[in-house]
Design a protein around this ligand. Structure first.
Ligand SMILES: NC(=O)c1ccc[n+]([C@@H]2O[C@H](COP(=O)([O-])OP(=O)(O)OC[C@H]3O[C@@H](n4cnc5c(N)ncnc54)[C@H](OP(=O)(O)O)[C@@H]3O)[C@@H](O)[C@H]2O)c1
Length: 300
């Protein structure tokens, strides 16, 4: 016997909701994209109509009719909405970073614990099939001394659909570094400390230490220019290097995987996931500490 699909509401109607969350929710087995809420009611109605979902003008009304929500809004908007939803018993498909302050992340993690709901944070690299295969391979072999990573994006170019106010404000440190920290965490073990500095063109440099002694570096920018854009990452040991596979552009397959695992947890009554809200909070704490150091080093 197949059970009824879990009803999900989508929070946000922007570019990312259109190209990632809506198509992934609508094409994940066991999930129904039932409802859409956005601060612009016309945009919510238009997006809902595309998927035969119901648009809501009041988020509370949407929360009353769904099992869970997927969020595609800026992190400082996501955190309080997700906390309210969790306390109302709604499961969460979250975006990274889960918040842009440690207090916001702690508050959200506490709400998830209180509501006893399942949560998954969409650290996209952790849900790509080819990267999961790479992670399985490198974690089966011990002896890595460390990792080197750089991700130069172009989201802060004027022409980019990702050139949004929160990214302009928070930059690649909050936008890209969480993805890379989440990847290195899985490859080399829990991060125990960070040292950080920054340069021009939105560049942040992080040195991470991992629990078992490995160290790694993260360099990220969303404004290094299109010609410099690219992602490079590898682990190294005395035996050589292992490079992370090339990034694929389509976000829907990995988001579908994240939603499938969230749905499996909901049905099994499980709340833990390798990328749950607690992990999102831990990654956020590393970023917040890096931010503190960068601000402290800034002259004047
Ligand atoms: N996992 C990944 O690989 C990945 C990739 C891309 C983005 N993301 C994440 O997705 C999230 C959203 O992406 P984005 O930054 O590109 O989107 P954004 O354009 O900044 O925001 C998207 C939506 O949030 C709404 N919004 C903005 N401010 C709001 C407010 N104060 N109250 C209510 N709604 C508000 C926008 O409404 P309007 O349309 O009315 O402005 C729009 O519907 C971020 O957390 C980002 O990190 C993740």
């Amino acid at each position: 016997m197949t059970s009824a699909p879990l009803r999900f509401g989508l929070v946000g109607t922007g570019y990312w909701a259109h190209i990632a969350h809506a198509p992934a929710l609508a094409s994940t087995e066991g999930i129904e994209l039932a409802a859409v809420w956005g601060r612009d009611p016309q945009a919510a109605a238009a997006l809902a109509a595309e998927y035969r979902a119901t648009p809501y003008e009041e988020i509370e009304a949407m929360l009353a009719v769904v099992d869970g929500i997927a969020l595609a809004v800026p992190p400082d908007v996501q955190a309080p909405i997700a906390a309210t939803a969790a306390r109302a018993g709604k499961h969460l498909m979250l975006e990274k970073p889960i918040a842009t302050t440690e207090a916001g992340a702690d508050e959200l993690a506490a709400a998830v614990a209180e509501g006893q709901v399942a949560s998954v944070v969409f650290f996209i690299l952790r849900f790509r099939a080819e990267i999961r295969q790479w992670l399985a391979d490198v974690t089966a072999r011990s002896g890595w001394h460390g990792g080197l990573t750089s991700w130069f994006g172009s989201s802060l170019l004027e022409s980019s659909p990702f050139n949004t106010p929160w990214r302009q404000d928070k930059g690649a440190l909050w936008d890209l570094a969480p993805h890379v920290i989440a990847l290195l965490w899985a490859a080399l073990g829990p991060v125990t400390s960070v040292t950080a500095d920054a340069g021009p063109a939105d560049v942040s440099h992080l040195i991470l230490h991992h629990q078992d002694g490995a160290s790694s570096t993260v360099t990220v920018s969303q404004n290094g220019g299109e010609a410099a854009a690219g992602f490079e990452a590898y682990l190294w040991s005395s035996a050589g290097r292992s490079a992370v596979p090339r990034l694929m552009p389509d976000p829907v397959p990995p988001l579908r995987t994240a939603l499938t695992e969230l749905a499996e947890n909901i049905r099994a009554g499980r709340t833990e996931h390798a990328c749950d809200v607690g992990f999102g909070r831990d990654v956020g704490h590393v970023v917040a500490e890096a931010q503190r150091q960068i601000l402290a080093r800034r002259p004047g």
